[in-house]
Structures are given as C-alpha cells and as structure tokens.
Design a protein around this ligand. Structure first.
Ligand SMILES: [Zn+2]
Length: 265
C-alpha cells in the first residue's frame, strides 16, 4: 500500500476484529456494495483514501435482517425515538448548541409552504379585484377548481363567453361603452336600458320567445342568474340561448353546446 495502516487509527484498531453490520435496508446493502467497490475508505474516513478494498472486505461484512429483529441496538434506538416523539423536545438548555437553533425545513415542507402562500396570495389578490364583487353576487361558492369542473367539456369560445358573462367583461354594450368601444351602453332594442348580462338573459323583450323556451326547460331556475351561469347542466342551456339570439355571433360565431344529463351535475 502507498500509505501504511498506522496513518489511519480507525483501521489500525480494527485489524484483528471482524465487524458485522446488520441492516434491514436493501438500499443500504446496495450502497455498501457500491462503496466497497468504488471507494472503500469512505466507510471509515473520507480523508483515508488509501485503504485497500480487499482490506475492507476482510474486516467488515453487511448482513440483512428482517426489520430490527433481535438487534438490541436498533430496538434501543427505536425506543428512544418513540419516547422523543411522544414527549417532545428537551429544554433548550439541555440541547447541544448546534441543535438550539430552528432546524431547516425539508423540501416537502418548503413546497407546502410555497403552495400555501401562493393560495393565500391568490385569494387576497382576487378579493381586491374589481371583478370579485360582481362574480361574488353570481355565485359566492364557485371557487376556481369548481369553475374548472363545471366548464369541463366546453370549448374555448364557450368558456370565454361564460367567463365574460360572469365577470361583466363581455361584448355587450354596457361594457363596450365603459371601455370606449361603443357609443352608447344601451340595449339596441329597449329604450333607456343598459345592455348587460342580466338584461340579455332575464329581461330583454327581443329574446322573450327564446327565454320562454328556456324557462319551459329549466322551470323556475331559469329566473336565477346564478343558476344559469354556475350550474353545469344549465350553462349549456344558457349558451344555446345566447347562440340563438345571435347577439354574440359577430365575435364568437357558433357557441351552441351539447346538453348533458342534469342528474350528472
Ligand atoms: Zn333589450
């Protein structure tokens, strides 16, 4: 060997002893085999890179055991770990200095923390938004995940129309006038009446016949803006109603939706 064994006290003291390490872990067994094959000395001391693999194999062996069966050391460690889990941490003065500061979180802890902060930040941002007040009146219980669920199966144009109707940022005159894209906020068919979602879906005389058909289908629920824009089955009837009015055709062309069974909602 390039370096005598005397340079490594750990090796020198163990030359006449055969060490057997018991482990219940297959991964540790595999790791041990890799270490002995590639860098045996790191089992004892990372700085003692001079030891021979043959030497290490001579004085150590690794044996697999089922769990911690009949291993006094492991069972003692398990007992202490269980006690520590049950009784919590020792007084800070009794701890070693390096354990007195707060331990760093694990990766999963950080990810959970980031997800929680992100969720809280999104909720605060949304509640400060000007659109929150209007959407809240339509359906205060329809969170983003639920909205994704109820619009599942709709195409992009249909979902876009529905979102605009819910937020008031639609292509009807009231909003277009607010953003200076229309001369007047009024309904083209009614005097002195702003054209918005509520007017088109519930009031405008121009669509009375179509609305009558909708009410025959949805009964009293057809009078509820919340139901028309939040219920998974009803929003398809709403889209078909809007499609038949032709009011949004210049922007969205065909937005008719396939109906689904109300029982599946
Ligand atoms: Zn009208």
């Amino acid at each position: 060997m390039d370096h005598p064994m005397d340079e490594c006290p750990a090796l020198r003291s163990s030359t006449e002893v055969h060490w057997t390490v018991f482990t219940p872990s297959i991964s540790i067994m595999n790791r041990y085999q890799t270490i002995v094959r590639t860098s045996p000395a790191c089992l004892v001391d990372n700085k003692s890179s001079s030891s021979s693999p043959l030497f290490m194999k001579d004085w150590t062996s690794m044996t697999w055991v089922a769990g911690h069966m009949n291993s006094e050391g492991n069972e003692a460690v398990d007992k202490l770990a269980k006690e520590a889990a049950e009784f919590g941490s020792s007084e800070q003065q009794q701890l070693p200095t390096f354990l007195r500061r707060q331990l760093p979180n694990g990766l999963s802890g950080y990810l959970q923390q980031i997800a929680q902060l992100s969720k809280e930040g999104n909720e605060k941002w949304w509640k400060r938004s000007k659109r929150y007040k209007r959407t809240k009146t339509i359906d205060p219980d329809l969170s983003a995940p639920n909205y994704i669920k109820v619009t599942n199966g709709l195409n992009r144009r249909q979902t876009s129309v529905l979102t605009q109707m819910r937020t008031g940022h639609d292509t009807l005159n009231k909003h277009l006038h607010r953003i200076k894209r229309a001369d007047s906020p009024g309904c083209p068919y009614c005097l002195n009446t702003s054209e918005d979602t509520t007017h088109v879906l519930l009031r405008c005389w121009k669509y009375a016949a179509l609305r009558h058909q909708l009410r025959l289908t949805l009964k009293r629920k057809a009078y509820s803006l919340q139901h028309l824009l939040s219920n998974r089955s009803a929003i398809r009837h709403t889209l078909n109603f809007l499609n038949k009015t032709g009011r949004l055709r210049a922007t969205y062309r065909d937005i008719s939706a396939e109906l689904i069974d109300d029982d599946k909602c």
